[in-house]
Design a protein around this ligand. Structure first.
Ligand code: ZN
Ligand code: ZN
Length: 108
């Protein structure tokens, strides 16, 4: 499995998150969601899907994709203050530990 985009040489572990299995870093607690997984576990999948399409305030991320190692985009999601890393090639998301619970709160 891939390494954490934040912690060098730390491998991600598979953990159950609702209906899907996501990859979590044992070091920093951040999570990698493959394409479609973030919506699958969200409280309001349609609302989140619309927010994903919007790509709020995109910037170049300095972290590599956990899946393909390519460059990611750091972007707002639902709110400009909630920043996540998005891989345009895999369409997966890297979400920091403190942001995981924030997504459902912003969907309220
Ligand atoms: Zn990590
Ligand atoms: Zn990728």
């Amino acid at each position: 499995m891939a390494d954490c985009p934040k912690c060098p040489y730390v491998g991600l572990n598979e953990v159950a998150a609702g209906a899907v299995t996501v990859d979590e870093c044992p070091e920093c607690g951040g999570r990698w969601y493959d394409a479609g997984e973030l919506e699958a576990v969200a409280k309001s999948p349609d609302k989140l899907r619309a927010a994903i399409e919007e790509e709020t305030d995109p910037r170049k991320s300095d972290r590599p994709c956990a899946r393909c190692g390519g460059g990611m985009t750091n972007r707002g999601l639902l709110n400009r203050l909630l920043r996540v890393d998005f891989c345009p090639a895999c369409r997966g998301f890297w979400v920091d530990k403190n942001e995981v619970g924030l997504i459902d709160r912003l969907l309220d």
